[in-house]
Design a protein around this ligand. Structure first.
Ligand SMILES: Nc1ncnc2c1ncn2[C@@H]1O[C@H](COP(=O)(O)OP(=O)(O)OP(=O)(O)O)[C@@H](O)[C@H]1O
Ligand SMILES: [Mg+2]
Length: 266
């Protein structure tokens, strides 16, 4: 695959070099192989949706991308730098990046928001700015306030998580990831733990983020939202990518397994 430097700056998003690139990525837990050779390229500004049945490996793909789960084999490149163990039979990359550098550039939002209950929204967002980025408190709080403003919650900055709805808590979690100014944001079923009436607010925040050009990888069962936002849509089953496509995939999948899944859930 070409490196960034091979491309002129004028490349359109579809031609730009991938910011995240997985090739033949495999992951086993003991004897159980849960990713069976994943190929995926995410280009700058793209919004990629991963969907598929429970246990198909969607979360493991996201967790592999920021090395929360180290891949068993295969290539994981971020911004052209190799972080994976490599593809058997291919020459090893001359240099491998450090996990800490990868994680600095990737924000992750989980189903459970994992906010600290004893800290306000502002303090929750400011904390990683201080601990990860080493910002002083006033600078961290300034940036945290800006991130809360972006998710529409600046007026709730002084509230504790128990004083916020689940949807608002998830938007604070999005602000916490955003405040670190990541190149890519990963979302693992960000609305699955929410009451139905709270889903829309979180999706609206994600839509606004997408409109700013943020590169996003989203695991979701909200296929209406996926259809609206997904530039690249990836159907996974049994640790493999079965089919990828643009938004048309939801109306007219070509693979019968994608078709069977969609007719069961839509
Ligand atoms: N830490 C682990 N140890 C052992 N097996 C694991 C571990 N994490 C995931 N698995 C297994 O890997 C497979 C893929 O899991 P994963 O969580 O990636 O699926 P998923 O597509 O995200 O499913 P869901 O839609 O239910 O969240 C499953 O069979 C799961 O049981
Ligand atoms: Mg999952």
């Amino acid at each position: 695959m070409p490196r960034t430097s091979d491309h002129p700056d004028s490349a359109t998003p579809s031609q730009a070099a991938p910011v995240v690139e997985l090739r033949q990525l495999r992951k086993s837990f003991g004897d159980l192989e849960v990713l069976k050779g994943i190929d995926l390229a995410v280009r700058p500004g793209e919004h990629v949706v991963l969907f598929g049945p429970s246990g198909s490996g969607k979360s493991t793909v996201l967790r592999s991308i920021n090395l929360l789960e180290p891949p068993t084999s295969g290539s994981l490149r971020f911004d052209g730098v190799e972080y994976g163990p490599g593809i058997p039979g291919e020459p090893q990359a001359a240099e491998r990046g450090r996990p800490i550098d990868l994680r600095r550039n990737i924000g992750m939002v989980f189903q459970q928001f994992n906010l600290f209950p004893h800290l306000t929204a502002l303090e929750n967002v400011a904390l990683p700015l201080r601990s990860v980025r080493g910002c002083k408190r006033p600078q961290a709080e300034h940036q945290a306030a800006e991130a809360l403003r972006r998710v529409g919650l600046l007026e709730r900055a002084a509230h504790y998580p128990r004083q916020l709805s689940g949807g608002q808590q998830q938007r604070v979690a999005i602000a916490r990831a955003l405040a670190l100014d990541p190149q890519v944001m990963l979302f693992d079923e960000p609305t699955s733990a929410l009451d139905p009436e709270l889903v829309g607010g979180v999706l609206a925040t994600m839509r606004e983020l997408a409109e700013t050009g943020m590169t996003m990888l989203i695991v979701t069962h909200e296929l209406g939202f996926a259809r609206e936002i997904g530039d690249l849509n990836v159907f996974m089953e049994d640790g493999q990518v079965v089919e990828t496509g643009d938004r048309e995939i939801y109306a007219g999948p070509t693979n019968p397994r994608t078709s069977a899944f969609l007719s069961a859930v839509l």
